[in-house]
Design a protein around this ligand. Structure first.
Ligand code: GRF
Length: 196
């Protein structure tokens, strides 16, 4: 699920193609017709559809969320990956795909959830940031953490330079984390995702 550029989506497609991820990207859904990722998906031969929610601007809920769930069911989807999808996903999609929806976030959660994440990290003054893949629940960037990568913050970083270095790590982390979840070789104890 995308809303924009779709570089993590491309990273997932490429990882499937080069064998790092034993999976296939069956369907890309965007809530925005102008998402640049749509053309990138199609250029890679992946079905990409736009489903513009009729209600709400910042969440995916009600019939809109049910439409997404139905599209994923029809496409035989086992795992849903949010990749720059700019809405909070609610129960009608979360419930049928419980434990099977991941998100990637460009900080070391629980630090700096939400938006303008790199600016938050720089302003706070942390010396390390990074990226997190986590299960999606009804909270904002709050589900159990599957995997993280650390990126040092440099004295001359700007939000853009930091975002660029974190993005490189995101592209490697997301396929790894998706592979772990698809393999089923983990268990969840409380908030801890433990490899088995
Ligand atoms: C990434 O930084 C991701 O962590 C965040 O939104 C951005 C999406 O970038 N959730 P892209 O669309 O995958 O290029």
């Amino acid at each position: 699920m995308i809303s924009g550029r779709g570089s993590n989506m491309v990273a997932l497609i490429e990882a499937c193609r080069d064998g790092r991820l034993d999976a296939e990207v069956a369907l890309v859904l965007s809530d925005r017709p102008d998402a640049a990722g749509l053309e990138k998906a199609r250029a890679l031969g992946v079905t990409a559809r736009v489903l513009v929610p009729a209600k709400y601007r910042t969440k995916l809920d009600g019939d809109d969320a049910r439409d997404y769930a139905e599209a994923f069911r029809e496409a035989g989807v086992d795992l849903v990956c949010l990749a720059g999808f700019m809405r909070v996903v609610k129960a009608p999609l979360l419930e049928p795909f419980a434990g099977r929806i991941l998100n990637i976030h460009p900080s070391l959660l629980p630090s700096f959830p939400g938006l303008e994440v790199q600016r938050q990290a720089l302003e706070y003054g942390v010396k390390f940031s990074g990226c997190t893949v986590h299960f999606v629940d009804s909270s904002l960037d709050g589900g159990a953490i599957v995997a993280q990568r650390v990126v040092p913050i440099l004295d001359d970083d700007t939000p853009d330079t930091l975002a660029e270095r974190i993005l490189v790590e995101e592209h490697a982390l997301y396929p790894e984390a998706a592979g772990l979840v698809l393999s089923g070789k983990y268990r969840v104890e409380g908030r801890r995702v433990i490899r088995t």
